[in-house]
Write a protein that binds this ligand. Structure first.
Ligand SMILES: [Zn+2]
Ligand SMILES: [Zn+2]
Length: 132
């Protein structure tokens, strides 16, 4: 199977990325940190191996300790503030990308909802998705 090109960037275009690989995993995260980082009920993220990614432009990273104990670095564009990437100290071989940063966000196919214990009552996700 030919890998789809996952390309995208921030709102202003200063940050761009490309990954010629099928994401390993795509999910919604309803943890409080993702709520705060996105300004809404969950982050929608897909996971790709670091070595499949090419990134251009300058990101700023905000580091915090995630609920799983790992240090999470949230990379955003310092010009427009769009969340673009995430990294976790526990998983140095992967990067997470924000689904809406894709040039074609319809490529995003969520498989699961995680951290649903922090779900907000107004946050709707597909009820057919498995939840943890
Ligand atoms: Zn930007
Ligand atoms: Zn989260």
């Amino acid at each position: 199977m030919h890998a789809t090109e996952y390309s995208g960037g921030c709102s202003c275009g200063a940050v761009r990325y490309r990954a010629s690989v099928t994401p390993r995993f795509s999910f919604h995260c309803q943890c409080r940190q993702c709520q705060q980082a996105t300004g809404t009920g969950h982050a929608s993220l897909f996971v790709v191996p670091v070595d499949a990614v090419s990134l251009s432009g300058e990101l700023r990273f905000y580091e915090q300790t995630a609920d799983d104990g790992n240090t999470v670095s949230r990379g955003f564009c310092p010009v427009c503030g769009s969340p673009v990437v995430g990294k976790s100290s526990g998983h140095p071989d992967i990067m997470l990308f924000a689904a809406a940063s894709l040039d074609n966000p319809a490529l995003f196919k969520p498989e699961k909802v995680v951290w649903s214990a922090s779900r907000q009552p107004w946050d709707y996700t597909d009820p057919d998705l498995p939840v943890s």
